[in-house]
Design a protein around this ligand. Structure first.
Ligand code: BGC
Length: 566
């Protein structure tokens, strides 16, 4: 055959084969399996999304637990909100000035930051951030190694920063920093100002002052021994000293407080700070009179406005009424801290993908062929299983031997980034989802139906998170009287965290849920709630609060000196 004739023939055959293959991929499930699938998906929908009545009951329990936590020191068992006083009795108002470093340990990535505040109200003259990934052996290894790692990163950042500042702006590195730690003053070297550091440490800490406290427990996969029960500031200060770069750690705060403070610096209507990232949590501004378990430090009521920021640790909320399915129990059981932080396990980025993966694994077992491995992979798995002692073959290995992809059976194989891409997939024939099913979960030639099911499951899991976040937010606003204020007053909620920042469909769901749950009041109240992304807010807030603490102390010292001379 001449080439000119052969090419169109080959082309047509390839096209016909492609169409036939696509038809095979998109062949509908049998009627029985389709019915079974519908029943299964309906059941998940009922289990994962709470009815308005059930949501109202959960919200009532949430508010009751908030009040309990404000009134008395709760048992620290990771199953109730701790409502921790933050010692931040004076939130920024934009007038803060000075320069400062921040260390922000929120998850397996941490940030170091430099900021120079001012000169105008709410302005920032300079800001420099660097992000570093923590190796697994560091966030699960001995505590002193973790703090040495943080200290050496901060030291390099400060050294580099000061070197470039002294070449570009001679003399500018001298700042408002005047305090010297005991350890530094003990040395014989002439006293030099120490860099001021705000430490954003995103775990549950019971604070004993603005710059001291003790870690109550790890979350988010951290498990470094030797830190729980100890003061993170003392550990950081000691590590910085060991690294040869003593600093003055002037403020210790949770990331939610950082986000609240950073946004409050710009907008005085900010009353709530929320993180929805690897973990989740919120803090809000509470009346000192409502925080009856706590005695504010002397001068707090006079210096502030009679209110303080409370770190709720809402991830630890639990109610048997929470909408959960069997796979959620499995996610919890196989997590680093089983039985604890159960609300976080329904909301945050660390768990969204895993819940969806486990549900899809169940679906794959119930509907054979829908999410299947390649015949070659199945044959290899079956041969491996046959070679094993029968009793040693677990449920998952047996499923893989029966045709389910090994990656679909592997914990952690579906991350929240893939989950969000699936939820947001608008490609023709759900091509993106099909590709992700193949690349992330090892599904062989995923059909359109398989992609639709994956999208439905991922959307349900994300929607539940948004529904519960909205419930918790409205619980705060109902508890603090905002929802009943006459006339309505504006409130800003500052958000940070990867799920909120990078998952646009999630933000839409959250907004829809807030309107839905406001019910009849939505038309009147919804326009008064403003959601703002406070990018890098936790680190920035740490810097602002540390700068404010130092400025406040300097002002107090100056006032005292003036009074003494008078
Ligand atoms: C921690 C909180 C933190 C949240 C968000 C949770 O696991 O317990 O302290 O604010 O994650 O980072």
């Amino acid at each position: 055959m001449r080439l000119a004739v052969a090419l169109p023939v080959i082309g047509t055959t390839a096209l016909a084969l492609a169409v036939a293959w696509r038809k095979l991929q998109d062949a509908p499930l049998s009627v029985d399996y389709e019915q079974k699938l519908q029943v299964l998906l309906k059941r998940y929908k009922e289990q994962l999304l709470a009815s308005p009545k059930r949501l109202a009951e959960v919200e009532a329990e949430f508010i009751a637990q908030m009040r309990e936590g404000l009134a008395s020191r709760t048992t620290v068992d990771g199953r109730r909100m701790m409502m921790l006083p933050t010692f931040v009795t004076r939130l920024p108002d934009g007038t803060e000035t000075g320069e400062c470093y921040a260390l922000d340990l929120g998850g397996t990535n941490f940030r170091v930051m430099y900021v120079r505040l001012g000169p105008g109200r709410g302005e920032m003259a300079a800001c420099d951030v660097e992000e570093v990934t923590l190796p697994r052996e560091i966030y699960t290894g001995p505590g002193d190694k973790l703090f040495d790692f943080l200290a050496s990163t901060l030291k390099s950042f400060i050294d580099r920063h000061q070197a470039s500042a002294s070449t570009s702006q001679p003399g500018d590195s001298s700042s408002s920093e005047t305090a010297v730690t005991a350890s530094a003053s003990a040395s014989s070297a002439p006293q030099r100002p120490l860099p001021v550091v705000g430490f954003c440490f995103s775990f549950a800490v019971e604070q004993s002052g603005l710059a001291s406290g003790k870690l109550l427990g790890w979350t988010k996969g951290f498990s470094c021994p030797g830190v729980v029960g100890n003061d993170p500031v003392a550990l950081l200060a000691a590590a910085l000293f060991r690294a040869g770069r003593p600093c003055r750690v002037a403020a210790l705060l949770n990331d939610t407080v950082g986000v609240l403070a950073a946004q409050r610096y710009l907008d005085s209507d900010t009353e709530v700070g929320v993180i929805i990232g690897t973990g989740t949590n919120a803090c809000y501004v509470e009346q000192l009179t409502a925080l009856t378990k706590w005695t504010a430090p002397p001068g707090a009521a006079a210096g502030g406005d009679g209110r303080t920021a409370v770190n709720m640790e809402w991830g630890a909320f639990f109610s048997p009424q929470l909408p959960r399915c069997m796979e959620d129990l499995q996610v919890d059981a196989s997590s680093p801290h089983p039985g604890k932080y159960l609300f976080e396990k329904l909301l945050s980025g660390m768990f969204l993908g895993e819940a969806a993966r486990r549900i899809l694994f169940t679906v794959a077992k119930e509907i054979p062929g829908l999410l299947a491995a390649s015949p070659a992979a199945t044959a290899a798995a079956a041969a491996a299983a046959a070679a094993e002692d029968e009793a040693a073959v677990g449920e998952e290995a047996a499923a893989v031997a029966a045709g389910i992809p090994g990656r679909l059976a592997t914990p952690g194989s579906l991350g929240s980034a893939a989950l969000s891409a699936i939820v947001e997939d608008r490609t023709w024939g759900l091509r993106t989802t099909r590709k992700l099913l193949a690349s992330e979960l090892g599904v062989h030639a995923p059909s359109r139906r398989a992609a639709e099911v994956a999208k439905e499951v991922c959307t349900l899991v994300a929607r539940r998170s948004a529904q519960l976040t909205a419930m918790a937010l409205l619980a705060i606003l109902r508890h603090n009287g905002w929802a009943k204020a006459v006339p309505p007053r504006p409130v800003t909620v500052a958000f940070d965290g990867g799920v909120y920042e990078r998952f646009g469909a999630y933000r839409t769901m959250l907004s829809e849920e807030v309107s839905e749950q406001l019910g009849e009041a939505a038309a009147e109240l919804r326009p008064y709630i403003r959601f703002v992304l406070s990018h890098d807010g936790s680190a920035l807030g740490a810097a602002v609060l540390a700068a404010a603490a130092v400025t406040g102390e300097e002002a107090a010292a100056a006032a005292k000196a003036a009074a003494n001379t008078a």
